[in-house]
Design a binder for this molecule. Structure first.
Ligand code: ATP
Ligand code: MG
Length: 249
């Protein structure tokens, strides 16, 4: 719309009057709608785009991460994806279990086990050369990793953290799409490695400017209004885009 024109945009924190409701017709192919920008354009995370296999979602408590996960899961179902796994240590998505092939795993021991099985399955996929899309969502992954056992306590088994890393690195070319969400915007959790492995970074309101810089390399997310007011950095867009996230009750 604004191609060839130059203009100055000023973003400020203003609470939107209306929620952006989940809109099935905003889905095109495997381009999962994340929200709409200030011009009303649909902002997407495209599972079919090889440069955007995985997404990191950050934000303070109550900023909109789980709402974003919920709409992403529903859009994924609509897109026809039959394999959706949600690791949900906070028991927020149990209602989605069983909906069109969605599986929700809550207990930390089960999360560890399922993640290990997932990696085994993925290794089999390498041989069989299957690359049907499979979506893996991990809410509060930093907490889950912190609660899980270390590899050495598991004997020869790999820890949750190791398995998640393998899944993300190997899975990108095998049809796995991973969304990992966390409240903790510290450099310990959001490392340079993490950012390289998760090319899409979605950031809702964070407490401090430093948090925004950790997630997006730029300030801004500390000024967001909450309630799904977000910023997305993705190879698919030349700049960081401000968006309003979808809400599905
Ligand atoms: N996109 C949105 N549109 C409208 N309201 C929203 C949106 N996202 C979040 N909210 C409001 O904010 C509340 C908290 O959102 P959400 O549960 O997603 O937070 P969260 O980031 O997951 O927090 P926590 O870290 O505590 O789990 C929601 O219950 C809803 O009322
Ligand atoms: Mg949440």
């Amino acid at each position: 719309v604004h191609e060839g024109t130059s203009y100055l945009s000023i973003d400020f924190s203003k609470k939107r009057e209306k929620d952006l409701l989940f809109e099935p017709s905003d889905l095109v192919g495997y381009a999962i709608p994340i929200g709409r920008d200030n011009f009303g354009n649909v902002i997407v995370w495209d599972y079919a785009n090889n440069s955007t296999p995985h997404a990191l979602v950050c934000g303070a408590t109550g900023s909109g991460k789980s709402v974003c996960i919920n709409s992403t899961a529903h859009y994924s179902v609509l897109a026809g994806i039959e394999d959706i796994l949600i690791f949900d240590p906070k028991f927020e998505f149990t209602g989605l279990h069983g909906l069109n092939g969605i599986r929700v795993i809550n207990e930390i021991e089960d999360i560890e086990l399922e993640m290990a099985i997932l990696v085994e399955e993925m290794n089999r996929r390498v041989k069989d050369k299957i690359s049907k899309l499979k979506v893996v969502i991990v809410d509060e992954f930093a907490d889950a990793v912190a609660q899980s056992r270390k590899g050495r306590e598991l004997g020869k088994d790999k820890s949750l953290e190791e398995n998640l890393r393998i899944l993300v690195q190997k899975g990108r070319s095998l049809g796995y799409r991973v969304l990992a969400a966390t409240q903790r915007a510290s450099t310990k959790v959001i490392t340079g490695d993490a950012k390289a492995n998760f090319p899409v970074q979605i950031c809702f309101r964070v407490p401090k400017i430093i948090d925004s810089k950790v997630v997006l390399d730029e300030p801004g997310a500390e000024c967001l209004a909450g309630h799904g007011d977000g910023l997305i950095k993705s190879p698919q867009y030349p700049d960081i885009v401000r968006f309003q996230g979808y809400y599905k009750s």
